[in-house]
Structure formats: structure tokens, C-alpha cells
Design a protein around this ligand. Structure first.
Ligand code: CDP
Length: 226
């Protein structure tokens, strides 16, 4: 068992995991793992290399040869920049096509297993905040604090719409809602590490909460567990 503290923040798409995790990591000056970006990266690499998104064996061999680098952010509050084969791919990872590709490859047990060590290597002093679907159940089952964020699908679609609009993307709210509900279903129903709260997770329904109050709630959970 590792002595490095970990806070896991899991939940469905656009429940606020990424934003909250990054703020908490900055407050503590801890490392931050956006595990979804690794699944998105697999989807992107598969598209680039012409690998079928259902071909588990080919995806597993592809992952073994991927040249991934994480560039640390220049300032607090900025995301870690991800490079694939020496190129920054952050912008390409964030579109909904890559979100769907990520959710398809993420359903394959071999892909999840191939990414496990990479994710666990993020656990370094002084601590880690890990954001995903199975951080508390599978990747860091001994985490110090486990949070599971919820929000209604309508509210999550609205948040995702705003986020993509701000990035200058051409998006449609009802298409986002449909895509998000389809992805939730696939993430919940898969056999390999399905989306669910760990038994010892604190569940926070963020539907009517602003970012600041969710952060305060997470920090209060951390304080009360110490
Ligand atoms: O930002 P959003 O929550 O929409 O997506 P993400 O966290 O980047 O994850 C994209 C997809 O990767 C999800 O729909 C999941 O299928 C998959 N994923 C996963 O299976 N396990 C994780 N720990 C993180 C993401």
C-alpha cells in the first residue's frame, strides 16, 4: 500500500469532475490525473493509425507503443498539456467525437488493463487528485478520500454545451444531451470497471451547486476525515 495520499473524484460526463479536481489539486499543490484524457488519447491514436475501435488486441499493442508525454502547466489552474508523438493534442482530444471514441475503447478490459500502470504512476508525493470513472473502485481502491459527483443529465448537457461553446466549437444542446446519455449508458453497463460510486465514496449531487460550493464540500470531507 502506498503512503502517498490520493483523493479520487469520479462521476458521469460533465458532472464537474475535471474542474473540481483541478481546483483541489491546485489548493493542495498536488499532482492531477485526468484519466479520461488517456482514453481519449487512445481513441485519437486509433483514428490516426486506422485501428478499429472494437479491435481489443490491436488497441492493446498500439498502447504499448504510444509516445505520450505530459507537459506540466505553466501556471496554476491550467491543464496539463498532453503530447502524442511530440505534438500537443489537447484541442483534438476535447471534441465529442473523441469522447465517444474514448467511451468505446474504455469498454474493453484489455485497454483498461494496459492503462493501469500509467495511471498508478501519477501517485507521487506530495499527493494526487485523480479524476475519472473508476478511480475509487479500481485504480486507487485504497484512496484517502473518495468523492462521487452527480448531476441531472439536463444540467450536465448544459454545462458541456457552455464549455464547448467557450472553446469556439459549433455545438447543439440536444445532440450533446443525446450523446451524453448514450455514453453514460455505455459507461454504466460495461462489464470492465463500470461507472459506479465506490461503497466508501461521499456522494455529492451538484445539480443545484456552483463550483465554489462543491469545492468547499470536498475540502470539508477531507478535513473531517483527518
Ligand atoms: O469530460 P467527460 O467526463 O465527458 O469525459 P472524460 O472524463 O474525458 O472521459 C471520456 C470517456 O472515457 C468516458 O465516457 C469513459 O467511457 C472513459 N473513461 C473511463 O472509462 N474511465 C476513466 N477513468 C475515465 C474515462
Amino acid at each position: 500500500m502506498s503512503s502517498v495520499p490520493v483523493i479520487t473524484i469520479d462521476g458521469p460526463s460533465a458532472s464537474g469532475k475535471g474542474t473540481i479536481s483541478q481546483i483541489v489539486a491546485d489548493r493542495f499543490a498536488w499532482h492531477f490525473l485526468d484519466s479520461g484524457s488517456l482514453y481519449r488519447l487512445c481513441g485519437l491514436a486509433a483514428y490516426k493509425q486506422g485501428v478499429d475501435l472494437d479491435d481489443e488486441a490491436a488497441l492493446v499493442s498500439m498502447i504499448a507503443t504510444l509516445n505520450i508525454e505530459f507537459a506540466l502547466p505553466e501556471a496554476l489552474g491550467q491543464a496539463t498539456k498532453i503530447c502524442l508523438d511530440g505534438q500537443f493534442v489537447e484541442q483534438q482530444l476535447r471534441n465529442e467525437r473523441m469522447a465517444t471514441a474514448a467511451s468505446r475503447v474504455a469498454a474493453l478490459a484489455g485497454v483498461r488493463q494496459a492503462l493501469l500502470t500509467l495511471q498508478r504512476n501519477f501517485r507521487q508525493l506530495p499527493g494526487l487528485v485523480a479524476d475519472g470513472r473508476d478511480m475509487g473502485t479500481t485504480v486507487f481502491p485504497d484512496a484517502t478520500l473518495k468523492i462521487f459527483l452527480l448531476a441531472s443529465s439536463e444540467e450536465r448537457a448544459r454545462r458541456r454545451y457552455k464549455q464547448l461553446k467557450e472553446k469556439g466549437m459549433d455545438v447543439n444542446l440536444s445532440a450533446i444531451l443525446n450523446e451524453l446519455e448514450a455514453r453514460d449508458r455505455r459507461d454504466r453497463e460495461r462489464v470492465a470497471a463500470p461507472l459506479r460510486a465506490a461503497e466508501d465514496a461521499e456522494i455529492i449531487d451538484t445539480t443545484a451547486m456552483g463550483i465554489d460550493s462543491v469545492v468547499e464540500k470536498v475540502l470539508a470531507c477531507w478535513e473531517s476525515g483527518r
